[in-house]
Structure formats: structure tokens, C-alpha cells
Write a protein that binds this ligand. Sequence first.
Ligand SMILES: Nc1ncnc2c1ncn2[C@@H]1O[C@H](COP(=O)(O)OP(=O)(O)OP(=O)(O)O)[C@@H](O)[C@H]1O
Ligand SMILES: O=P(O)(O)O[C@H]1[C@H](O)[C@H](O)[C@H](OP(=O)(O)O)[C@@H](OP(=O)(O)O)[C@@H]1O
Ligand SMILES: [Mg+2]
Ligand SMILES: [Mg+2]
Length: 371
Amino acid sequence: MAETAGRFGVGYALMPKKQASFIQPSLVEMLRERGIDLVKIDMERPLADQGPFDCVIHKMYGEEWRRQLEEFKSRNPSARIVDHPDDIRRLHNRISMLQVVEELRVEKEDGDEDEGTFGVPKQIVVYEEEGLVDRSLWEEGSLKFPVIAKPLVADGSAKSHKMSLVFDVVALGKLKPPIVLQEFVNHGGVIFKVYVVGERVVCVKRKSLPDYSDEKLGSLQGSMSFSQISNLTAHVKDHEKYYESMDSEETEMPPQKFIEKIGRGLRKATHLNLFNFDVIRDVRVGNRYLVIDINYFPGYAKMPSYESVLTDFFCDMAKKKEKNANVGFDAVLSDKKIMKLVSSGCYSEGDDGALPVSPLKREDENPIIQV
Ligand SMILES: Nc1ncnc2c1ncn2[C@@H]1O[C@H](COP(=O)(O)OP(=O)(O)OP(=O)(O)O)[C@@H](O)[C@H]1O
Ligand SMILES: O=P(O)(O)O[C@H]1[C@H](O)[C@H](O)[C@H](OP(=O)(O)O)[C@@H](OP(=O)(O)O)[C@@H]1O
Ligand SMILES: [Mg+2]
Ligand SMILES: [Mg+2]
């Protein structure tokens, strides 16, 4: 790797399809200009022998990979792992995935508009086939049809996205546990996909399943299968055009501050930096928002301005690294190093507090040790 002094190295471990969608030349170039080098990790060699990396990003699983990360971290304690397998694992089970939402509390601040409330749809998990025809589920009114049947395991496999909208008990009996039965909530045919990248929260609209009126339901039987209906899959080539069409969609966006508070609350609760969550607005209660899905390391390239959002994320990390490298030593960075930091592009003149120490500012305040 080229001269790394003053640069910030990011190693990535992604499956080929994910690498093709996420590591785009536009991202590599924008990062390079800001002093950040994206380097592919060779999965055939020990991670700890590669680098140097200030940060490792990944969407890989398995005990061997976890061991590699731990070995790398033990030899590079100041490097960041984004994100830790233990924190990602919670999202691989559709019950534990949404438990963090149920436990989340969001403070209403003075002056906040009436943002509404949030939660998750009613859902149960069925582990055995006999549980699928247990009349008590329906007689107590704990759930009502239609329900969405979702695989309990959300591990990124095609199988984990295979779902069905179930209209009656006969269709339930054909499902294969373990399975989550989640109440279908009419939401106006539009879903809000909320991308979180560190402190950044970006909400976009996507097409979703349509609403089902009572009379329509009266004529429906059995079930309807679908998969990744709100993902911008290959058939949507022109993302920009798609977003323009969705912008003209009259469904109102949720209050941005409210969504940001939920996104930042989930980030704090899960310790994750790279995820998105799907939100639907319950048409029965205009300002009731339900989180139905949380995804680790989603399709960021589908997010408008993904390059600059990801670049800001890595630049924030690079700034923190420089600050940490100097905190406690009252070090004064030489002008040369300051210039190198500024030239690396992650800092700009006048960044308030961005530079670890500013000799001019610090000298004004109090004598500090020269290094
Ligand atoms: N409780 C619900 N009520 C109404 N529609 C729902 C509900 N749950 C899911 N859907 C619809 O089904 C789609 C897929 O559900 P979900 O997002 O849970 O699946 P997924 O396979 O994890 O999707 P992704 O590609 O986002 O990972 C949603 O985008 C939405 O259109
Ligand atoms: O439209 P988005 O960005 O939400 O689509 C994502 C989807 O939400 C999941 O994150 C997928 O990952 P898995 O759950 O692991 O399958 C992403 O697939 P990927 O191949 O990009 O990782 C979708 O892009
Ligand atoms: Mg989803
Ligand atoms: Mg998902």
C-alpha cells in the first residue's frame, strides 16, 4: 500500500455481489481525495498480517472470521471493527431484531412538533407445526389475519427473504416453522427505508405491499408469496428515476427529527454503525410508526449521495483517531503535521475542534508541552 503517513486505511471484507454494489469507483475516488484508502482484504490470508488498517468494515460471518477479527484487534487495539459480530448477530433473528425497538425510549424535546409514537407490529414466533393451527392464537384475538409469515432467521440467505401474506388458517398449516407471524398493517403502499451510517440518518420512500380493505379481504383465501418487495432489485436500473417517481408519491415523509432520534437510539442500543430499518405508517393511526425490519450493512449504493454520506463517516473516524492519538499528552502538533492533516482533506481550515490541537489556539490559552 502506498505511503500511509497521515492517511486512513479502511480494509473491507465483502462477498463479491456486495463488493460490486458497494465499492463503486465514485466512492473509492471521493475517499481517496479525502485521505482515506479503501483496500480489499484477502480472505485467503490472515487478516492480522494485512494492512495497516485503521478500520475494518465487513459483511462476513462464521467463527473463523470472528477469530480473524479478534486476532487483528488484539494486534491493532486502536483500529475500529465496523461492526462487531456479536452486535450484528442480534439482527439475524426476527424476534431479537425488533426487541431493541420495543425497549427503545425516545425523548420528546421542547419545541418538537407532535412527532407521534413508534413501536413494532404484533408478532409471534412459531417453532413447531402444531403451533400453526393453535386456534387460541386467533380466538384470543392476539393476532388477526392477514399476517405476514417471515422466516425467523434473517441471515441474508435468499431463504431468509422468502415471505408470504397469509389470509386464513388453511394456508398457515402449509408454512414451515420456525417462522414469525407478524400482523399485516395497512400503510398506504409506501415504506420508509431509514439508512444509518454512524451519526447520519437518511430516510427514503420505497414501494411496498398495497393496503387490503375489509371487503377485499373477504374475497381472498390462502396466501401470496413474495420476496424483497421493497428492495431496489435489478429490475430498477435507474435509481434516480425511481426516487423521482417516489418523490412525487403523495405519501408524506415521517418527521425527520423523530426518525433521526429513532435511528440514533437504535445505533446506541445496538452499538451498530452500518444498518437500515424499515418503517411503515399505520393508516389506522396517522402518526403511529412501526419498525418491521432492521438490516445490517444494507444496499447503501441505493441511497442518494451515498458516497458523501460514507465519506463523512470515515472522515469522522479519521478525526477521532487523530484526536485520540494526541489526547492526554497536551501535544502540540507541528505545523508540518497540521498541514498534512489539512492536506489529507478530512480536515478543513476553521473546522471547530476538528484538529486535535491548534497551536495558535492552545498557545493563546495556556502553556503546553512541546513534542
Ligand atoms: N407487518 C407488516 N405490515 C405490512 N407490510 C409489511 C409488514 N412486514 C413486511 N411488510 C412488507 O413486506 C416487505 C418485506 O418485509 P421485510 O422488510 O420484513 O423483509 P426483508 O426480506 O427483511 O426485506 P429487506 O429486503 O428489507 O431485508 C416490506 O418491505 C413491506 O413491504
Ligand atoms: O433496499 P435495501 O438497502 O434495504 O436492501 C438491502 C436489504 O435491506 C438487506 O440489507 C440485504 O442484505 P441481506 O439482509 O443480508 O440480504 C441487502 O442485500 P445486499 O446484497 O446488498 O447485502 C439489500 O441491499
Ligand atoms: Mg425490509
Ligand atoms: Mg430485512
